[in-house]
Design a protein around this ligand. Sequence first.
Ligand code: NAD
Length: 256
Amino acid sequence: MKSFDVAAVVTGGASGLGEATTRALAARGAAVTVLDLQEERGQALAAELGGHTTFVRTDVTDEASVQAAVAEAAGKNRPLRIAVNCAGIGWAQRTVGRDGQPHDLGAFVRTVSVNLIGTFNVLRLAAAAMSATEPDDEGERGVVVNTASIAAYDGQIGQIAYAASKGGIVGMTLPAARDLASVGVRVCTIAPGLVDTPLLAGLPEEARTALAAGIPFPKRLGRPADFAQLALSVIEHGYLNGEVIRMDGALRMAPR
Ligand SMILES: NC(=O)c1ccc[n+]([C@@H]2O[C@H](COP(=O)([O-])OP(=O)(O)OC[C@H]3O[C@@H](n4cnc5c(N)ncnc54)[C@H](O)[C@@H]3O)[C@@H](O)[C@H]2O)c1
C-alpha cells in the first residue's frame, strides 16, 4: 500500500505495541480508530493526536462491539484499508501445578477467546468492510497485521494457554491470506520477542537486564517503536502476504 491517506483500526491501541502503531500511523496521516477496553487511556491518546484519530471502547471478543467500531472507521470519508490486531492478554499457569491442581479451564478459554478469537473477529469484520471499498491501482483493498508472539513457537513452562492462543494466530495467517486473496486483502502476522511495554516495565531493573542479556543481538529489549516500524513496513510492502515474521533479536526461549 503506497498511501497512508486511508482509515485504519488498531486494537489494543491504547497501550504498548498498539499505542506505538497508532502513533506511527497517525504521524503518516492515517485516520486511526483505536479499539480498546481502556477508555481513559484511549480517549487521552485520541485527544493528544487530534485530527482524525478517534477512540471507540471495544471488546474484541464481542461481535456487536467490533461491528460498531469497524462501522465508525469505515465511515471516515476515506477507505478503511488497515487493521492492526494488538489487543491481547497474558496468563501463566502450568498444565498441572506443583500442588497437583489442573490448569484453570476458564483461564485457558479466556486467553484463547481474547487473543485468538478476538483477532479473528476483528480480521473478519475489518476485511468485510475493506472488501466493499474500491481497490487501488494494484488491486489491493487492504491489509491486516496480527500480533502473535515467539511463544507460539518457543512456549515456556506455564505458557500453555498463551502459546496456544498465539499458535492459533500463526496457524490462521496463511488460510486468511488465501481466503482474502479474492478481495485483494493481505494478511501478515508479527511474532514479537520481548518488547518493553507496560507489561515488562513493571519488572525490577535487575530482571529487565537479565532478560535483555539473553537476547543475542541487539542486547536490549525490543521497543514498541520497533514493532510499529515493522507493522508499517508490512503495510507498505505490497508483496508480503500470508507470512509470520519474528521480531526478536534472534532470541529462542528456553523451557523456563
Ligand atoms: N510486550 C511483549 O513483550 C510482547 C511480546 C510478544 C507478543 N506480545 C503481544 O503484543 C500484543 C500487545 O501487547 P502489549 O505488550 O502492548 O500489551 P499491553 O497490555 O500494553 O496492551 C494490550 C492492550 O490490549 C487491550 N485489551 C485487552 N483485552 C482486550 C479486549 N478484550 N478488547 C479490546 N482490547 C483489549 C488492553 O486494554 C491493552 O490496552 C499482545 O497481543 C501481546 O500478547 C507482546
